[in-house]
Design a protein around this ligand. Structure first.
Ligand code: FA5
Length: 362
């Protein structure tokens, strides 16, 4: 059996050689724990003479205290070193440049829709949302399509059931408004439309339209021409010209298609934008609108056509393919180059001059 002093000497040597707080714990339990070698010395106490007991007890206690204080001191030292090593490993260089988070930006079709909303909103038209999953009756019946009329064949679409379909035209807004609101009315919507289409560079199964209408007293083709002229100037610049040619849509009479031409685009060639006309009296009568007093115009156009012309994009499928190499080019700060360009027209907010020019009484 070792003496208390021998155990202390061994313990102190081990303590000072310990390289981690973990190994100190192990030394502590071996020398001072419940069944550690120093407490075990107390068992010897019973075998000693009465006179020797107090002195031996004191030696054991002194041994415990000495080892305990050596462990505590070494632990403080090791902990300090361990912390210093940890701080060193986790050191942060606050002078390093930060990681720039990727910034989002609006899709070019959204930028175009925003511009349309500013321009038509500025002319006093109210922006309304209308469902993409539409009822057959609003998409066709309410728009004066006789049952099984061949004009519906041009607009085959995706049917959910016999009465519900993905809308083929934003003109479906009309019936929804007319059934609840009486004239005077000036409304428009911008949104997605769908058609079962043979997809090519100028036709997609999913595309966007803006559709706009006005009903008031004495509204004529002159108001339609004035409004579309002002709309085209605000979208494409002052030099743009608008052309109307007769066309057929069941919901207008007379009906026209309209095209624009500007020296900045396609060498001034005419490019068709959409359809328009005076709202068919059958529709007004169906909704109890007095056709002796009121008349209205409506127009609709494909939204993709606008950036296609403004940026010279020759395949509209690119807009919905989400290829960032294509979309990155329309980041506002990248695309907005050259003052007075068509692009700038697209990106600048509508001005007071646009709106004065756009007055339907002009
Ligand atoms: C219509 O959809 C009518 N609702 C427009 C209208 C409104 C006429 C109000 C009269 C009064 P149309 O089917 O021609 O008409 O489509 C209008 C425009 O939408 C087209 O000129 C074209 O720019 C765009 N468009 C039509 N189909 C597609 C398609 N598959 N992909 C991309 N754009 C299309």
């Amino acid at each position: 059996m070792h003496t208390p002093e021998e155990l202390v000497a061994t313990a102190l040597a081990e303590v000072s050689a310990a390289q981690s707080t973990g190994s100190l714990r192990e030394i502590e339990s071996r020398f001072l724990g419940k069944s550690g070698s120093i407490p075990a010395l107390m068992k010897v106490l019973g075998t000693l003479d009465k006179a020797e007991k107090p002195a031996f007890g004191q030696r054991v206690n002194a041994a415990k205290n000495e080892v305990q204080s050596a462990i505590d001191a070494r632990e403080a030292e090791l902990r300090k070193n361990e912390r210093a090593a940890q701080y060193e490993a986790e050191r942060i260089d606050v002078t390093m440049p930060g990681a720039r988070p990727p910034m989002g930006y609006e899709h070019v079709l959204q930028l175009t829709a925003n511009k349309i909303k500013r321009v038509l909103g500025g002319m006093g038209f109210q922006y309304l949302e209308s469902p993409e999953l539409e009822e057959f009756r609003y998409n066709f019946d309410a728009l004066n399509y006789p049952p099984d009329h061949p004009a519906m064949d041009d607009q085959d679409t995706f049917y959910i059931d016999d009465e519900h379909l993905l809308r083929t035209q934003c003109t479906a807004l009309q019936g929804r408004v007319f059934e609840s609101t009486q004239p005077p009315l000036r409304c428009f919507t911008v949104g997605r439309t769908y058609r079962n289409e043979a997809v090519d560079r100028t036709h997609n199964h999913t595309f966007h339209q803006v559709d706009c209408f006005m009903i008031d007293e004495n509204v004529s083709m002159a108001h339609l021409k004035g409004t579309l002229g002002a709309f085209a100037r605000a979208m494409f610049g002052e030099e743009v010209q608008v052309r109307f040619r007769p066309d057929f849509f069941p919901f207008v009479e007379p009906g026209v298609d309209y095209a624009i031409s500007t020296p900045k685009l396609f060498n001034g060639r005419w490019v068709e934008l959409g359809g328009a006309g005076l709202i068919h009296p059958n529709i007004l009568e169906r909704y109890g609108i007095d056709t002796e007093r009121y008349s209205g115009f409506a127009f609709g156009l494909g939204v993709e056509r606008i950036p296609m012309m403004a940026y010279g994009v020759d395949d509209l499928r690119l807009f919905l393919e989400n290829d960032l190499r294509f979309l990155e080019q329309f980041r506002p700060e990248v695309a907005n180059v050259g003052k007075g360009t068509v692009r700038e027209q697209l990106e600048r907010p509508a001005t007071v001059t646009d709106l004065a020019a756009a007055s339907i009484n002009a």
